[in-house]
Design a protein around this ligand. Structure first.
Ligand code: AMP
Ligand code: ZN
Length: 494
């Protein structure tokens, strides 16, 4: 059996993975979305990554407890202590309550995950459901690690060993060096509890020993990961931006909390989790995709343009999670074409299976580890165990379906591959992958009838008419694709 190896941001090395406590299975915490606006495709890349990790852990036979949080309070417009609370700011801007905004965007986020075939975690933990626990946690660490100033309770980063080790020297040179909070002892100190300024009220605020206010953003993840998984747990994930501020701050809190609660203190190197894993960014030509950029690429926008959500999933899998991935219409259409080729290959295998008469051929070859399928399954396992090498896994998938002999063995192997890849290859129809923009000037039926007319014109060698129909379709945003081997005779120009 191949050992699962994963890149650990703490050591900047790929390391062998084994659960810390086999009786507890594998315990994973993933930083969730801040639910103040539609998630963009970059955010969703983070959850395609965590879903792939969860699938691979299950593939390896580990029972899994996976927690994803919903941040509905405390995250400021900067990851450090600058700016407004994102939820309060969105509520003000839109004239809605922060609670309604949170409920709406939580539902949008979960809908997006379901479209991407990302399974529910074992626990969805919502920050505002854990305020009492956050106050208890803060009260425990406060005497030895925190200080109170006018604006709230702050964590003194000099009270824990090795503060910022995870950031690996690339600490938040941008954000926390701009020190907007007067009275902080060190620029990298961070808010544990933020008091509501005198004379103001916030929509989301609670009483605490440090006055009425709201928790700092980093606190929630320490509290909820500790509550549901217990310290230390196996894997903590997030986007690579979290490596610089949010996760170092969580680590500092975890060290403080576990040091306070264990009489012997915490061991050197304790961070609260064994592995810290980070996905790289989805970028566009101008840099990292972010919600603050004007027009935001969302899954809903992709769907409205006629792109199937699983094409975006495939696009994510085609790059290693630690590489930057460039987003653009061409890339996503290429992924959709690649997915359609795979679905057509599965279709051909099904036909081959239905017409196969060799009674000795089926599954035996695969079950008994016969050379070809045994090897293909082993190579696939090696790929996914090599720090989730999905680009290689996809190449092996394409190799598997490139021939139609032994169709039963191939289809069984394919179903096993898809447990890790989550592309729904055994149920996805070719029709579902036909790009169909919601706001197209012409319906699919209109386009098909215009194309039928064009075929007639060509058969009659009336090329002027056939070209005119093509030009008319181009003007309506439809690209005509003559002789397309995938049977797509048109696609929209995104
Ligand atoms: P947020 O909703 O901003 O708290 O982010 C949710 C997740 O998306 C976090 O794990 C972020 O690190 C991650 N993330 C944010 N922007 C990107 C991006 N452009 N590409 C990949 N992941 C991202
Ligand atoms: Zn977090």
């Amino acid at each position: 059996m191949t050992t699962l190896r994963l890149y650990n941001s703490l050591t900047r090395m790929v390391e062998d993975f084994a659960p810390l406590d086999a009786d507890k299975g594998v315990r994973v915490y993933s930083c969730g979305p801040t639910v103040y606006s539609d998630p963009h495709l970059g955010n969703l890349r983070a959850y395609v990554f965590t879903d792939t990790l969860a699938r691979v852990l299950r593939w390896k036979g580990y029972p899994l407890t996976h927690v994803i949080n919903i941040t509905d309070v405390g995250h400021l417009t900067s990851d450090a202590d600058a700016g407004d609370d994102k939820m309060e700011a969105a509520a003000k801007k839109r004239g809605q309550s922060a609670w309604d905004i949170a409920a709406h965007y939580t539902a949008v986020f979960k809908g997006n995950l379901s479209d991407l075939n990302i399974g529910d975690p074992s626990v969805w933990s919502v920050a505002t459901d854990h305020i009492d626990e956050m106050i208890d946690f803060a009260a425990r660490i406060a005497p030895a690690h925190c200080y109170e100033i006018d604006s709230g309770l702050y964590f003194d980063s000099s009270t824990v060993p090795d503060y910022g080790r995870l950031a690996g020297g690339q600490d938040d040179a941008g954000e926390s060096r701009i020190d907007p909070v007067s009275g902080k002892r060190h620029p990298q100190d961070f808010a544990i509890w933020r008091k509501t300024p005198p004379g103001e009220t916030r929509q989301m605020e609670w009483d605490s020993p440090w006055g009425r206010g709201a928790p700092g953003w980093h606190l929630e993840c320490s509290v909820m990961s500790g509550k549901y998984l217990g310290f230390p747990f196996d894997i903590h994930t997030g986007g690579i931006d979290h490596r610089e501020i949010h996760h170092p701050n969580e680590i500092a809190q975890n060290q403080a909390f576990c040091g306070c609660t264990a009489p012997e203190g915490v061991a050197a190197g304790f961070t609260g989790a064994r592995f810290w894993m980070h996905n790289n960014f989805l970028v566009d030509r101008t840099g990292k995709l972010s919600k603050s950029k004007g027009s935001v690429a969302t899954l809903e926008a992709l769907k409205a343009a006629g792109v199937h959500p699983l094409s975006y999933r495939l696009m994510c899998l085609s790059a290693h999670y630690r590489s930057e991935l460039e987003f653009g219409a061409e890339q996503v259409l290429a992924a959709q074409t690649r997915l359609k080729r795979l679905v057509m290959a599965v279709h051909r295998l099904r036909i081959a299976q239905a017409t196969n008469t060799d009674e000795f051929e089926p599954l035996d070859n695969y079950v008994q580890g016969g050379a070809e399928f045994g090897t293909l399954l082993e190579s696939f396992e090696k790929a996914i165990c090599d720090d989730l090498n999905t680009p290689r896994a996809l190449a092996l998938l394409e190799l598997l379906v490139s021939k139609q002999d032994y169709p039963t063995g191939r289809l069984a192997t394919l179903a096993k591959y898809d447990e890790a890849l989550g592309l729904r290859l055994t149920t996805l129809s070719r029709e579902a992958l036909r790009v169909r923009p919601a706001d197209a000037a012409l319906t699919a039926a209109d386009i098909d009838s215009r194309l039928a007319e064009r075929r007639e014109a060509r058969a009659a060698k009336d090329f002027a008419r056939s070209d005119a129909i093509r030009d008319e379709l181009t003007a309506a945003g439809v690209e005509v694709m003559d002789g397309d081997p995938l049977g797509w005779d048109w696609r929209p120009t995104l």
